[in-house]
Design a protein around this ligand. Structure first.
Ligand code: 9Z3
Length: 337
């Protein structure tokens, strides 16, 4: 397959996108559940964070057989969601179907399959009693207790997407619902979102047939969704986006560009290969001045690093969430200044 990144047409604006692409079939139902959840959190006085997590697919056919995907397993999002819950936030966890989820992530079928640490009790001749291998008990008890408590208190709401189209429609709808929270809403946009997509008008209805030689696909650019998110859908929320690069030299310049283009609060830059050990927070040096990404002094960079050789159990998301909690706090208390 060969693709070209140059589009002959004008890039889709968010407005054109939503006027021409269809919403996912269960959008209304998803939105009314989010509304109920948010209403309850407002009543109980909690801050709410929207965590997006995992990769988006780009289908190539309407009757989809093939699609483009990306590497994200959803580790960043699922891990961060747990730390946000621990910090007292209610969490809307919007994730790619079948990607990692808070709590169950500790027992992923590929890295830590739970069947490997369950035993049939040897004293039980009928074989009806199952026990947990002693070495796993403490961690399981800890995870299970927190998981049960979170579900009993109703502070975690889960939503799923598969395609980039599902993601965009859901993000727009959920962010509008969160606007009732004003500054108490935090957006943590960790999903790995495709930059390119195939509009439904250009998709083949049926499976693309082979036999005509190589396949050429021209994709359109996904609209820059952060702009309407910041300016229209949710005017007061604290918005954190992630910038992923594979060339470390681009990390800070691209994060600065995103910040000056969209005017939100923080871009967290991460390099694909070092993302589990270091990230950089890029934010405006002075929130009242217009940002110019050609002026480094307009920005502040704060690195967060962990050393896995010193503490293999440490997760960088713990420090990311602590830092964001403090910044969100300051943002709430700066209201009216
Ligand atoms: C991230 O950069 C996330 O930290 C990762 C997490 C996807 C690297 P994993 O799921 O990986 O733990 O394996 N997310 C944002 C990536 C993204 O699509 N950003 C867009 C961009 O870079 C802007 S929203 O242009």
């Amino acid at each position: 397959m060969s693709t070209t990144s140059e589009s002959s047409g004008t890039p889709f604006s968010a407005e054109t996108y939503f006027a021409t692409q269809l919403p996912p079939p269960n959008l209304d139902q998803d939105v009314s559940r989010v509304r109920e959840f948010v209403k309850r959190q407002v009543k109980e006085g909690r801050r709410v964070v929207l965590v997006t997590s995992g990769g988006t697919t780009v289908p190539l056919e309407l009757n989809v057989v093939r699609f483009l995907d990306n590497f994200s397993a959803g580790t960043r999002g699922a891990t961060s969601a747990e730390y946000f819950l621990k910090a007292g936030y209610a969490v809307i966890f919007m994730h790619r179907q079948f990607s990692l989820q808070p709590f169950s992530r500790h027992y992923s079928h590929s890295t830590h399959p739970f069947l490997d640490f369950l035993d049939v009790n040897p004293a039980d001749t009928d074989g009806h009693q199952i026990s947990v291998t002693p070495v796993e008990q403490a961690q399981l008890l800890n995870v299970l207790t927190t998981y049960k408590k979170v579900h009993q208190t109703g502070v975690l709401h889960t939503l799923t997407f598969v395609t980039v189209n599902d993601y965009l429609w859901l993000l727009r709808a959920v962010s509008k619902e969160l606007s009732v929270l004003g500054r108490n809403a935090l957006f943590y946009l960790a999903a790995a979102v495709s930059d390119f997509f195939l509009p439904r008008q250009k998709m083949s209805e049926h499976k693309i047939q082979s036999g005509k030689g190589s396949l050429h696909i021209e994709m359109d650019q996904v609209p820059k969704i952060l702009k309407p998110l910041v300016n229209e859908w949710t005017r007061e929320g604290f918005i954190v986006s992630f910038k992923l690069e594979t060339d470390p030299e681009l990390l800070i310049p691209k994060s600065r560009t995103a910040l000056s283009r969209y005017g939100h609060q923080v871009v967290i830059g991460n390099d694909l290969h070092r993302r589990k050990f270091e990230v950089v927070f890029v934010s405006p040096a002075n929130s009242t001045k217009p940002l110019d990404d050609a002026q480094p002094s307009n920005f502040v960079e704060t690195w967060i690093r962990i050393d896995p050789a010193q503490d293999p159990a440490k997760e960088i998301e713990e420090d990311i969430v602590t830092e964001l909690g403090q910044r969100h706090d300051a943002w709430i208390h700066a209201l009216g200044q």
